[in-house]
Design a protein around this ligand. Structure first.
Ligand SMILES: *[C@@H]1O[C@H](CO)[C@@H](O)[C@H](O)[C@H]1NC(C)=O
Ligand SMILES: *[C@@H]1O[C@H](CO)[C@@H](O)[C@H](O)[C@H]1NC(C)=O
Ligand SMILES: *[C@@H]1O[C@H](CO)[C@@H](O)[C@H](O)[C@H]1NC(C)=O
Ligand SMILES: *[C@@H]1O[C@H](CO)[C@@H](O)[C@H](O)[C@H]1NC(C)=O
Ligand SMILES: *[C@@H]1O[C@H](CO)[C@@H](O)[C@H](O)[C@H]1NC(C)=O
Ligand SMILES: *[C@@H]1O[C@H](CO)[C@@H](O)[C@H](O)[C@H]1NC(C)=O
Ligand SMILES: *[C@@H]1O[C@H](CO)[C@@H](O)[C@H](O)[C@H]1NC(C)=O
Ligand SMILES: *[C@@H]1O[C@H](CO)[C@@H](O)[C@H](O)[C@H]1NC(C)=O
Ligand SMILES: *[C@@H]1O[C@H](CO)[C@@H](O)[C@H](O)[C@H]1NC(C)=O
Ligand SMILES: *[C@@H]1O[C@H](CO)[C@@H](O)[C@H](O)[C@H]1NC(C)=O
Ligand SMILES: *[C@@H]1O[C@H](CO)[C@@H](O)[C@H](O)[C@H]1NC(C)=O
Ligand SMILES: CC(=O)N[C@H]1CO[C@H](CO)[C@@H](O)[C@@H]1O
Length: 595
């Protein structure tokens, strides 16, 4: 499709025309082509996936034995851009006895720390608390480069990951041209992030919204692709997160890979995750296969399916990793569908709608869709045809399944999306983990997600495949030592980890009340602007510890910690003090002081 669009652009000399170019307007066959400049809404027929000639010769599924060529090439671009950002950030963070300009010039390129930022699930609470942290890390946010602030960390990062509510944050930022949180919150201009009306009401609050949801999902079904509640859920989310007018039906995740600024390495790489439900499996165990969606591919590093497929041809009929007849599918990887998949636990919200007119419009949801599902399977997202059909048949639990079933990324209790950031191929040095989980009865985190990821990776011989994750204590200790109320570093000793060390350093940042009681329920779907903004501001304060200069310098130390080891540089005294203060030192405390 790209070639087609480019040729139209050249042929008609309308490359500067900013809007969609309507070539056909009959309802049945309305194809909308966009000029290259605005690359995101690139699906050929809105939400309906279409069969096309394969865009390149032999699209195939590859073994997960390393990074894709695309990622490797992109990283080279990104490294160049990050160098200056990292120097500027660390200079601002002002670590005494450490000259960032000198350090990164003197040593090899490998000294540049690789940073990832992970945004947990937890519905709108996670979206908004995460947004506050993202704003704090973004140097474009007003005042974020003043002393005690952390602006520039986003610009220095290589990866951002999101799961469930965290995937809404990541997805919304990237489909809105990597704009700022501040701009998105200005709903009158951005047209998104208006949560006054919930996703169960829609921006207009009338039944027309539900007719639009219905129509787009019908289109997909009529084209021969089995649907699930997630299709409706994802379409609904898109009106809040992508575009309020029509929910951006043509926005695909793979198109992120062709946006100009991303190609040039000007921003981190976004990854969202979901979990596999193996045939017959009801509960999602810790050993469930985790799938990631990055701009080029979807797939898993787990030694089960252990493969990646090219995302832009998701929906094509692969058998044992290949397409035999040159026919591909385009437009299946809709951003709303992917965000809906990552957050499919919320599918059940749609089932709560009691208005009979609306239920009538969405009758699929209550009748035919659920016929074959029991109550515990409302959360499924159907990827059919299964891209991994007959692939790695000996270990792939879905090798014989026509459909790949994915569910909410947090259902295995690993609510922080560490998974893509722990892969040794990605060589992460530090991961900022924004935890907006509701673990305790009063809906604050208590380390459950950290414990789950530690447990999964402890089982090295099997699903974890040698992945390194720092040792962490049990939840009682998190609570007793207050590590659920203020940031803590895990893995200060890089060798004290699961799998094959070194593990990245984890900067664990739990949601806690600074300027607002940000423990709103996961299933609160409606926020007025005052509450919304208060949650975001609190998230900013959570990440900066209310603009503490004592904390910001220690964030700098966490960033360079692994690099200092690699280059055999002695640890500046300031940093040694930081590590004494913020590192979990191995203490276990089973005093059960529940919050
Ligand atoms: C840091 O190092 C650079 C390059 O070596 C040097 O020009 C600069 O003066 C140093 N800054 C400080 C504050 O010492
Ligand atoms: C930025 O800082 C200035 C000076 O401290 C202050 O007056 C202003 O309100 C701040 N703006 C924001 C958006 O925080
Ligand atoms: C996207 O953002 C970049 C960088 O801010 C800007 O140069 C570009 O014009 C924007 N593109 C669109 C389509 O708004
Ligand atoms: C939102 O979508 C409508 C059409 O559905 C389009 O006219 C408008 O430009 C889009 N808004 C943005 C900010 O892209
Ligand atoms: C996960 O564990 C369950 C129960 O122990 C087991 O039945 C299942 O086969 C395991 N799955 C994988 C992928 O190892
Ligand atoms: C991970 O699993 C794959 C597939 O089973 C295997 O080939 C590879 O060697 C494993 N890697 C590690 C580090 O164990
Ligand atoms: C998918 O491809 C396989 C192998 O070429 C073929 O046997 C099968 O019928 C195809 N499925 C569909 C739905 O076209
Ligand atoms: C290739 O297979 C697809 C189904 O997977 C089918 O719709 C299409 O007609 C086939 N194309 C050819 C040229 O056989
Ligand atoms: C699947 O493909 C792999 C690699 O191309 C090949 O080694 C294997 O034999 C194929 N399996 C089947 C069942 O065709
Ligand atoms: C719909 O009705 C059920 C049962 O009466 C109730 O529990 C639920 O809260 C209602 N949902 C909404 C959105 O009002
Ligand atoms: C932590 O949260 C988990 C999950 O909600 C809960 O089972 C456990 O009791 C909690 N522990 C503490 C110490 O808060
Ligand atoms: C989306 C994208 O850019 N995919 C490219 C990934 O790399 C392969 C091989 O280099 C290209 O053929 C794809 O076009």
């Amino acid at each position: 499709m790209l070639n087609l669009k480019t040729s139209f652009c050249l042929l008609l000399l309308i490359c500067l025309y900013p809007g969609p170019l309507l070539l056909f307007t009959s309802t049945a066959d309305a194809f909308t082509f966009y000029p290259q400049r605005k690359a995101l809404p690139d699906a050929p027929k809105g939400y309906t996936p279409v069969k096309v000639q394969c865009p390149f010769a032999n699209p195939n599924v590859r073994e997960a034995s390393g990074l894709s060529q695309n990622e490797t090439k992109w990283l080279q671009k990104r490294q160049g851009k990050r160098l200056k950002e990292m120097q500027a950030l660390l200079t601002r963070l002002n670590i005494s006895d450490f000259n960032a300009t000198k350090y990164f010039n003197d040593s090899q390129h490998s000294s540049l720390p690789n940073i990832g930022i992970a945004f947990s699930g937890g519905g709108y609470r996670a979206l908004l608390n995460g947004a506050g942290a993202l704003a704090a890390f973004d140097k474009r946010t007003k005042n974020s480069t003043m002393p005690g602030h952390l602006g520039g960390l986003l610009q220095s990062a290589t990866y951002v990951s999101g799961l469930s509510g965290g995937s809404w944050l990541v997805g919304s930022i990237y489909t809105n041209n990597f704009t700022t949180v501040t701009a998105l919150l200005n709903s009158n201009v951005s047209g998104v992030w208006d949560f006054n009306q919930s996703v169960l009401q829609g921006p207009t609050g009338d039944t027309d919204y539900f007719r639009q949801l219905r129509n787009s999902v019908d289109g997909k079904e009529e084209a021969g692709f089995p649907i699930s509640i997630t299709d409706y859920w994802g379409r609904g989310l898109s009106y809040q997160l992508v575009n309020a007018t029509e929910g951006g039906p043509a926005y695909t995740w793979s198109s992120i890979a062709s946006t100009h600024d991303f190609v040039n390495g000007n921003m981190p790489m976004p990854i969202i995750i979901a979990l596999e439900r193996a045939p017959g499996e009801e509960n999602i165990d810790l050993n469930s296969t985790v799938y990631e969606f990055n701009p080029w591919e979807m797939g898993t590093w787990d030694p089960t399916t252990y493969g990646f497929m090219p995302l832009d041809v998701l929906g094509s009929n692969f058998t044992n990793g290949t397409i035999t007849n040159g026919t591909c599918v385009s437009g299946f990887d809709n951003v709303g569908f992917l965000m809906g998949t990552s957050s499919s636990l919320f599918n059940q919200a749609l089932l709560q709608i009691n208005n009979t007119d609306i239920r009538d419009i969405l009758k699929d949801i209550t009748t035919s869709l659920l016929q074959n599902l029991n109550e515990s399977s409302n959360d499924v997202s159907v990827y059919e045809p299964n891209p991994f059909f007959a692939f790695n048949a000996a270990s792939n639990q879905n090798a014989e399944a026509q459909a790949l079933i994915l569910v909410d990324g947090g259902e295995d209790l690993q609510n922080i999306p560490f998974y893509p950031l722990l892969q040794a191929n990605r060589k992460l040095d530090a991961i900022f983990a924004i935890d907006s989980s509701a673990d305790t009865p009063t809906r604050w985190p208590n380390g459950t997600s950290m414990v789950a990821t530690f447990q999964r990776n402890s089982n090295s011989s099997q699903i974890a495949n040698g992945t390194a994750f720092p040792s962490v204590p049990d939840q009682d200790t998190f609570v007793a030592l207050g590590m659920n109320r203020q940031p803590t570093f895990f893995g200060c000793d890089s060798m004290n980890s699961t799998g094959n060390p070194p593990a990245p350093l984890i900067i664990y940042v739990p949601n806690s009340p600074y300027t607002y009681n940000s423990n709103v329920s996961t299933f609160t779907l409606e926020f007025n602007d005052t509450e919304r903004d208060a949650l975001v501001l609190n998230g900013y304060n959570v990440a900066t510890m209310a603009n503490s200069t004592q904390w910001s310098v220690c964030v700098g130390c966490a960033i360079i910690s692994r690099s200092l080891q690699r280059t055999n540089t002695s640890v500046p005294k300031t940093c040694a003090d930081c590590f004494r203060h913020y590192c979990w030192n191995g203490t276990i405390s089973s005093t059960t002081s529940k919050v």
